[in-house]
Design a protein around this ligand. Sequence first.
Ligand SMILES: [Fe+2]
Length: 289
Amino acid sequence: MCFPLKFKPKFNFKSITIPEISIQSKEDFIFHINKNTPFILNVDLSQNLSVISKDIEKVDNDCLINTYDSIPYSEIREGYFLDYLNYVFSDSCEKKYPKNFNLIEKREGYDSNEEFRHYALSLNQDMFPSISNFKIPFLSDENYLLQLTQTFFKENNITSPHWLFIHPKYSVSNAHYDHDCVHTVIFQIKGSKKIYLVSPEFHEYIRNVNFPLLPNGFNDFTDEKLENLPTENLSVWEGDLNENQLIFIPKKWVHFVVGITSGISYSQDIVLKDNFNEWMDSIFSKRVI
Ligand SMILES: [Fe+2]
């Protein structure tokens, strides 16, 4: 699907198409996960959409949310969820943030020519309780994180595995990888996203300090200066994630994601046998007695 050149990565790379595969069993799913490469599956997510739509209707009119200029998070705004929904699902792509959303925080020292559209990242199950029941087809309770209770996550200050993304068209999640060595599955419940993925073996190629960096230390993929980034050996996996598809993103794979349309995604963090020790190490290394 077409979208403006300004949102495409500007460096040269060898393109690998993220494969669309079919899966018949849990064993099959785990076999593909253990390859540590991304893949896309076709699934029926209509039930998830109907459940989320009911949750959205139940959100109070005075519910406040925060939005970020996607990633890099150089500014945070606050306003009513209803105004955010109007911003996401209206046809105009001109507005950078929803009406009546006030600036509440600005990150100093981040200097970019590009202003990305604001995006309510990582809405959680406190607002959308139904998402805590969402299960990945075939995998379901095999995900260790689904065996832990919400109380456990809260008491131990551990990130919950369930996230909802109601995203505007042309929102950008710039280059980053997810916390604590989790694998991730994203359900595209409504609309479409373009996804670019870089394997951990190439992290250093896209952390080049001679080119514009995001606050998280990775290069801003949209910056035109990256045409000169020395990336002749860099492989990037790319694909469209369309409605009624899910994508598996292995741990530490850098992702750069652009909303081709407005839409709704759900993502679930995954801990299995292969990343359990790394997840534990990451969580407990942050603890200060
Ligand atoms: Fe992510």
